[in-house]
Design a protein around this ligand. Structure first.
Ligand SMILES: NC(=O)c1ccc[n+]([C@@H]2O[C@H](COP(=O)([O-])OP(=O)(O)OC[C@H]3O[C@@H](n4cnc5c(N)ncnc54)[C@H](OP(=O)(O)O)[C@@H]3O)[C@@H](O)[C@H]2O)c1
Length: 267
């Protein structure tokens, strides 16, 4: 009988992680590799991807860097097939790539809307669809375990409004809702879909926000655990959601936010 720690292992599994060239996606790719998975890494920057791929390999796993602009839908879905073909299977999809726009609603253009939706939601939707198709290529394990795991990346903006990031928030609200729909439709097929909801992490995505020191201090003052998140803070959550230990967990957003959302109204 495997122990719970055995069931957290990902040996023999294959993961594809988008946004793996830096930040939270890179951190999650390395965590999955540490837990035993081979990893396909998707983003645009080939040099940074090569570095992240080498880091996967130093953990004793195979890595496949795929330099793809996820705004190109065909290229995005082909990357899923390429990873599955190269490794012979696909068990885990983590959709961490996203792009941000800080602009008041009154100034947003249709092009802004389309650009963010293409990467943050359309690619998530159709890469999820393609990944589920590849997961269904394999028989369900005889023990009734999951056939595959889809892990999307939501945001505090999935749950509440933040100033000047309305388009990003619309995409992230969509990601949270899509995750529930995936869980509903794919549960009977043996595929679990969950999202990780990071709180406020200091990465390139939030550089402008953390450069504004008074604003950064206000945000950190709201975090019960008293600091912004670090990429490594997502390691346990992503390995859990990718692993057989979470085979009865689906349709959830697992918040990794230092307690950000427990505060009621006001400060
Ligand atoms: N940082 C936070 O506080 C925070 C909080 C909540 C949620 N999140 C979410 O966590 C995820 C990772 O965020 P992060 O903070 O790590 O951001 P980041 O440092 O800006 O990294 C974003 C990643 O997405 C990739 N990417 C962006 N546009 C792409 C495109 N068109 N095609 C392919 N890849 C693209 C980037 O790679 P290339 O530039 O090489 O393409 C990079 O690997 C995102 O989904 C974000 O919404 C972050």
């Amino acid at each position: 009988m495997p122990t719970v720690l055995d069931r957290m292992r990902l040996d023999g599994k294959v993961a594809l992680v988008t946004g793996a060239s830096r930040g939270l996606g890179r951190g999650m790719a390395l965590a999955l590799a540490e837990a035993g998975a081979d990893v396909a890494l998707v983003a645009r920057d080939a040099d940074r991807l090569a570095v992240a791929a080498a880091e996967v390999e130093t953990r004793g796993r195979r890595a496949l860097p795929l330099a793809v602009d996820l705004a190109d839908l065909d290229a995005a879905t082909c990357a899923v097939d390429e990873a599955a073909a190269a490794f012979g299977r696909l068990d885990i999809l983590v959709t961490a790539a996203a792009t941000q726009l800080r602009r008041p609603i009154l100034e947003v253009t249709p092009d802004d809307w389309d650009r963010l939706h293409a990467v943050n939601l359309r690619a998530v939707y159709f890469m999820g669809q393609r990944a589920a198709q590849r997961m269904l290529d394999r028989e369900r394990p005889p023990d009734g375990g999951a056939r595959g795991k889809v892990i999307n990346v939501a945001s505090l903006t999935s749950a509440g409004a933040w100033p000047d990031v309305s388009v990003y928030g619309a995409t992230k609200g969509g990601v949270a809702q899509l995750t529930k729909a995936q869980a509903l439709e794919w549960g009977p097929l043996g595929i679990c879909a969950n999202a990780i909801g990071p709180g406020s992490f200091h990465t390139e995505l939030t550089e402008a926000l953390y450069a504004d020191e008074p604003r950064a201090a206000r945000i950190v003052s709201r975090i019960p655990l008293g600091r912004p998140g670090l990429a490594d803070d997502l390691a346990g959550a992503v390995v859990f959601l990718a692993s057989p230990a979470s085979d009865y967990v689906t349709g959830q957003v697992l918040w990794v936010d230092g307690g950000f959302q427990v505060l009621g109204a006001g400060l």
